[in-house]
Design a protein around this ligand. Structure first.
Ligand code: RUQ
Ligand code: CUA
Length: 653
């Protein structure tokens, strides 16, 4: 049946009332409409009111982070991280280009998978958000006062930074490991020599009190695939856990050859021990090359430093630092419950969900309950470590989140469902189908010591018939499910940007009180900043023309520029003089081969333009800033190479 526009308007506008009416009047006779209407009421956020949670979802192959409000599913912002973004010149402006520098050169794209909020005492604290770059191994840190990318560090000696960036409970480290083993250090070797020559690394990225990242050390590990991770908490604080697959060390036809072993491993790393070994000088300084890029807060310009050595620990020199826990069939996710005791593996090809016990693991290590070793790493006895197995958990269990009330929720990719089960008894208590093919799932705080519960979000890989068709590619999809009752209840479908992998959510009041409204103009130390229109001007240095320009409602200064010549590169350094919330100005000029600029109040941003022909070129503000926005424009005159038109400007001083 088709809804008429009127019917749709009615249903939205009166949804809140409908909940009350339908539940009270029709409840007894019409259970299905009650479910639907109460679902609508639970996600309805009235105009002018705020959502309860911020949700931060990875953009997958878009390389960005998307910020949503929950429960409405409203998209609030896309924060560019690993990919250029012409909407606001991220990765195009001179100030932000260094952020995308790597040892492979300037990289305009990456594939981002896992968002992680910073934590204090095991609770998400809303200061920063971390996310991994998977393809060209990197970790980014976003500042949640500005919702901008503040820092990106490259991870050397890695191939596919997938098990990343999993934060320790006081944000001491972000842990990261290589998904693909590679020759380390990189070398020209035969791929058939995989088993002899390829290795993996596990990296510990130190996070300073101000958020600054640095690579503390790396651990060289056997050449398996390291898939996902989580850091311990509470009693297991000081340990980090990584799933592995391909312990077969296959290098071709992995779907068959890496699925032969009955069990692969969870690598349990005692990072406090590793720190001791580093302090004792056990780490070797390996020559390497990686970039560390960060925003200088004074100039709001990204800087790159190139680092040429990294500390590497070899487990052979460091007894007691790493153990393998046998885990059925190519495990995918590894998730630690809020008490820090249970280590839940997502055995994606397994018929059960194995749950390991941290305290049993410690005891097994003490008792030396080993089952031999794998490439020099001691393997613990499965029975000595396992706490229980969840039977009948759905097909293809991948990831688990927790509600803080003793229940766990596991995504099952193949059977497209979320399965709820009880910690300790391991019994499945509820299941709900999702549409379709769920990957990650997320409960606000659901991987911390303090889950806020309320909802679980299914982050689905396939959408098929859930929305209006949009050609061959359909939007990716998230689904919001109420978990406050005994039965899970589907509330809402909403589209996502790129492919949602992992996500995080946090109560809105923790983040919103710190939100920055504008940059202080008086604190702007950008070398080309202007503090008033009197400081604007044009200057020639050889074939470079530097324009110090200002914007304020509703004009540019200068707004007429002459004397630019063919062969020049023009640098427009634009300062937004506004000191008010939500008044960015934009800048674009005819034939700009770059992106527009979007300049926040108090900020200076620079875009370069190389005129390709003689003439007079209009520029204008691209952001509808006021009633006289259409008047906010100007001209640049471009003359021939040998012309004697003097460089000049006409500003309104
Ligand atoms: S994972 S494919 Cu996070 Cu389940 Cu990346
Ligand atoms: Cu400034 Cu439109």
């Amino acid at each position: 049946m088709k809804l008429t526009r009127r019917a749709r308007t009615w249903s939205v506008a009166t949804a809140a009332i409908a909940v009350v009416v339908l539940t009270s009047v029709y409840c007894a006779q019409k259970p299905t409409s009650t479910v639907m209407s109460s679902g609508a009421g639970k996600v309805y956020v009235a105009p002018g009111t705020y959502d309860d949670f911020y949700a931060f979802m990875s953009g997958g192959f878009s390389g960005q982070v998307a910020v949503y409000g929950l429960p409405s599913g409203r998209l609030l912002k896309v924060v560019p991280v690993f990919s250029q973004n012409p909407e606001n010149a991220y990765g195009y402006s001179e100030e932000t280009k260094p952020m995308l520098m790597t040892s492979y050169g300037f990289i305009p794209w990456d594939d981002s998978h896992h968002t992680k909020l910073s934590q204090t005492n095991g609770i998400a604290d809303g200061r920063w958000l971390f996310i991994n770059g998977n393809n060209t191994p990197r970790i980014a840190r976003l500042d949640l006062a500005t919702f901008e990318t503040d820092e990106i560090i490259e991870i050397p000696n890695a191939g596919g930074n997938h098990a990343s960036p999993f934060i320790t409970m006081n944000t001491e480290y972000a842990v990261a490991s290589t998904r693909f083993s590679v020759p380390i250090p990189q070398a020209d070797v035969a791929i058939a020599d995989y088993a002899q020559k390829f290795k993996g690394t596990i990296s510990f990225v130190k996070i300073a009190d101000d958020g600054k990242m640095s690579i503390a050390f790396q651990i060289l590990v056997p050449g398996y695939n390291y898939d996902l991770a989580h850091s311990g908490k509470g009693p297991s604080h000081g340990w980090a856990f990584f799933t592995t697959y391909n312990s077969e060390q296959a290098n071709t036809l992995l779907e068959v050859n890496a699925s032969k072993n009955d069990k692969d491993f969870i690598a349990a790393v005692n990072w406090k021990k590793a720190e001791e070994y580093v302090a004792q000088g056990k780490a070797k300084d390996w020559p390497t090359k990686y970039f560390h890029n960060y925003m200088d807060p004074a100039t709001q310009t990204a800087k790159s430093e190139v680092i040429s050595t990294v500390k590497v620990l070899d487990p052979a020199d460091c007894p007691g630092m790493i153990y393998y826990i046998p885990t059925p069939k190519s495990p995918h996710g590894v998730d630690i419950d809020p008490t820090g005791e249970y280590i839940v593996a997502g055995g994606k090809l397994a018929a059960v969900i194995p749950v390991h016990s941290f305290s049993k693991m410690v005891k097994a290590i003490e008792d030396q309950a080993f089952d031999g070793e794998s490439n020099g790493i001691p393997v613990l006895k499965y029975d000595a470590v396992v706490a229980g197995e969840v039977q009948n958990p759905g097909l293809g269990p991948l990831h688990t989140e927790f509600d803080g009330n003793g229940f766990a929720y596991t995504s099952a990719f193949i059977s497209s469902e979320i399965v709820k089960w009880k910690l300790g008894t391991w019994e499945v208590v509820d299941r709900i189908p999702v549409f379709y093919s769920i990957g990650h799932l997320m409960i606000p705080g659901g991987d911390t010591m303090k889950p806020w519960g309320k909802y679980v979000i299914a982050l689905n890989k396939v959408t098929k018939d859930r929305y209006l068709p949009t050609g061959p590619e359909l939007t990716q999809s998230a689904q919001l499910i109420d978990i406050t009752g005994n039965k899970m209840e589907m509330l809402l479908d909403f589209p996502t940007i790129g492919e949602p992998h992992y996500a995080q959510a946090i109560p809105a009041d923790i983040v919103m009180k710190n939100s920055k409204q504008f940059y202080e103009l008086s604190a702007n130390q950008h070398p080309f900043a202007v503090k008033s229109e009197a400081e604007t001007g044009v200057e020639r240095k050889g074939n470079e023309v530097h324009v110090r320009m200002s914007t304020i409602r509703t004009h540019f200064a200068p707004d007429n520029i002459e004397g630019v010549k063919m062969g020049d590169i023009v640098y427009f350094h634009v300062t937004n003089l506004e000191q008010d919330w939500d008044v960015p100005h934009g800048f674009g000029i005819l034939g700009l081969q770059n992106s527009e600029l979007l300049i926040m109040p108090g900020q200076t941003r620079t875009i370069t333009w190389k005129p390709s022909r003689e003439g007079v070129f209009p520029f204008y503000c691209t952001d509808f800033c006021s009633a006289l926005h259409q008047e906010m424009s100007g001209y640049v005159r471009v003359s021939g190479k040998g012309s004697n038109v003097q460089l000049s400007q006409n500003s309104r001083r």
